[in-house]
Design a protein around this ligand. Structure first.
Ligand code: CA2
Length: 144
């Protein structure tokens, strides 16, 4: 089983700014935790980060030929991007949306997600654990 992990805009800053909101782990540390869990679950991971909407759309299309599902933190594009929603629905692979912070308890504009309604599941508010729980959920959904 293969899963693509997609990190959206600004997530490369993890651990370096706003640790009170997003935690103190760096993106490299998050990726390492995901890789360790993936090995336990016998899943192969492909990991991608971009700050650019079009690059994320292209990556989803390209990776969909190789992976069974997506684990995605779309960052701020969660709240703005119909293009990402269309890319994810278009490739016909299940995806799990994850967020480090509890987006429901923050600014009003973060309460709406263009992706949640078409996701296999959503995990938010648990910091890095959101990614790890999301990966477990996705793998279970894929039958692993
Ligand atoms: O809570 C999440 O995971 C978010 O997807 C993070 C996005 C935010 O726009 C979403 O509403 C919720 C922001 C990612 C920015 O990442 C940073 C990390 C460290 C320091 C500054 C930004």
């Amino acid at each position: 089983m293969k899963v693509a992990v997609v990190h959206g805009p600004n997530l490369r800053l993890l651990g370096r700014r706003e640790p009170e909101v997003y935690g103190s782990d760096t993106l490299a540390e998050v990726n390492l935790m995901l890789s360790t869990l993936a090995a336990e679950l016998d899943v192969e991971l492909q990991i991608f980060q971009s700050n650019h909407e079009g690059e994320l759309v292209d990556y989803i299309d390209d990776a969909s030929r190789e992976v069974d599902g997506f684990l995605i933190n779309p960052g701020a594009f969660t709240h703005t991007s119909i293009a990402l929603r269309d890319a994810l629905t278009g490739v016909n692979r299940p995806f799990v949306e994850v967020h480090l912070s509890n987006t429901a308890g923050r600014e009003r504009f973060r309460r709406h997600s263009y992706l949640s309604g078409v996701a296999a599941g959503v995990v938010y508010g648990f910091g890095v654990q959101s990614y790890l729980l999301g990966l477990r959920g996705l793998v279970a959904r894929l039958g692993g």
